[in-house]
Design a protein around this ligand. Structure first.
Ligand code: GAP
Length: 456
């Protein structure tokens, strides 16, 4: 079942996953802060990605490069010349749009890729493309809007001090290709993984954390020999699907879109968007791109430093080709939360809202709930024993029913209730979030039982 985006956001705000950015100052549009539970979820997802693709992957290593890079990097990568969108304003209601997106939505079969901005404008006027907001067909001139965020280094503000905030983490990997390969004595094929913030001055940010100007990416640049017959593209596609499934994404909400040649980015030979069916519609979740040797070749040309790899078997040098699986952490979290959010009608006609998060990503795996104030000290003792091993919270506020609802709402898979009988029989009750079934477990074997539950 699909829920409204506003209901999901409202829930996430109420329970400390997200807050509007700069809220007490009236906000800053399209910025979001991750609250205590949101940051925990984000950290867990990043850790899972890192463990899967770096720690436990036979080919890959990690990197943490700078956000600020020498501006020549962005000239070489093509971002200075190519990283812009055609912007147009509605003369009626002043809403701002990407001209290419307006045409794509209203004339999906029309190929606009070879048109200049003047020709795009002529087409928009001739075909009476309308403003989705006020429904009038009256647009202003089209201007190229640079997506790169600029800032200055040092005290003197001139052309020489201008730098960019990185729009992707990928270039930090390409410019370190030789450092990584040599220092780690790596043989092609190998991959380099990086998690970090990226910045784009998007024209149309929105849909919660789907498109923001500051976001976090998890990218892999996988280097392989150009004539290697292995289908690395397909291998990486399957790795992505496995990861999504393991995370708890419902694969029925996943679709695939192979880009038309004419819509490929300047660096791409082939791109597959792995899409998710968000509440506002289908959108790109994870990009899988064949970048060939475009980036290494350009950096070699612009830096005048050889980036060639010396094949130890043939003693010949070459520039490796690249497959790039790239995902936004924020989009992944949004997709996961859309799948996890659920409102259920109970037998007594009450409603309960829950986040069906798997124990591997739930901010808290367990909640310890003493049934009465008199039991707080004993229950707390148990909590302190479990804390070093599990993500565990202690909740004493409100009646037991309310506490169960709160834990359901934040995605805690299991509640452990300490009652008066626990003092004598040395057992506690474990309640399963999804089935609401309860089971009595002895405290002596509790750690073992909980270990099994979190690994399921
Ligand atoms: N290095 C390749 C690259 O950056 P991309 O398709 O522009 O390719 C990769 O971005 C992923 O980064 C996207 O699939 C998406 O998950 C995420 N992403 C891109 N722009 C974003 C934005 N403005 N807000 C949030 N996530 C974004």
């Amino acid at each position: 079942m699909k829920y409204k985006i506003d209901d999901i956001i409202q829930h996430l705000k109420m329970f400390g996953f997200f807050f509007q950015g700069s809220e007490i100052y009236g906000g800053l549009s399209n910025t979001w802060d991750y609250g205590p539970l949101g940051v925990e979820l984000k950290r867990l997802i990043k850790d899972l990605w890192w463990t899967t693709f770096v720690t436990r992957n036979e080919y890959n290593v990690g990197l943490d490069s700078s956000i600020l890079l020498n501006p020549k990097v962005w000239e070489a990568s093509g971002h200075v010349n190519n990283f812009s969108d055609p912007l147009t304003d509605c003369n009626g209601c002043k809403s701002r749009y990407r001209a290419d997106q307006l045409i794509e939505e209203q004339k999906p079969d029309f190929d606009y890729s070879k048109l200049s901005n003047e020709q795009l404008k002529e087409y928009i006027d001739k075909e009476k493309i309308i403003c989705p907001s006020c429904k009038k067909a009256n647009f202003g001139e089209i201007r190229e809007f640079d997506l790169l965020f600029q800032t200055q280094i040092g005290v003197i503000r001139d052309k020489k001090s201008e730098v960019y905030l990185r729009p992707e983490t990928a270039q930090g990997i390409f410019i370190n290709f030789k450092n990584i390969q040599r220092s780690m004595r790596l043989k092609v094929p190998f991959g380099v993984c990086q998690i970090g913030k990226s910045f784009r001055n998007e024209i149309t940010p929105g849909n919660f954390i789907f498109r923001t100007r500051e976001f976090e990416q998890m990218e892999i640049e996988f280097f392989y020999k150009p004539n290697d017959k292995t289908d690395w593209f397909q291998i990486w596609k399957l790795e992505i699907i496995n990861f999504l499934e393991n995370l708890g994404i419902n694969l029925e909400n996943i679709s695939y879109l192979e880009h038309d040649e004419k819509k490929l980015s300047h660096y791409s030979k082939k791109t597959l968007d792995i899409e998710y069916n968000f509440p506002f519609g289908i959108g790109e979740l994870w990009g899988l791109t064949s970048r060939t040797d475009f980036d290494l070749k350009r950096h070699q040309e612009y830096s005048k430093k050889s980036l060639e790899y010396l094949d130890p078997k043939t003693n010949k040098k070459y520039l490796p080709y690249v497959i790039e699986p790239s995902v936004g952490v924020d989009r992944l979290i949004f997709a996961l939360l859309c799948d996890a959010y659920s409102v259920q009608k109970l037998k007594n006609n009450e409603e309960r809202t829950l986040l069906k998060l798997k124990p591997i990503v739930a901010p808290y795996q367990f909640a310890i709930l003493p049934l009465s104030k008199q039991l707080n000290a004993n229950a707390m003792e148990l909590w302190k024993k479990l804390l070093p091993k599990f993500r565990c919270t202690f909740d004493t506020s409100g009646n037991i029913g309310k506490r169960y609802r709160r834990q359901d709402a934040i995605g805690t898979p299991f509640c452990i209730t300490f009652d008066f009988d626990s003092l004598n029989d040395k057992k506690v009750t474990i309640r399963d979030r999804d089935s609401m079934n309860q089971e009595r477990i002895s405290i002596v074997s509790l750690k073992e039982t909980l270990k099994k539950l979190v690994n399921n």
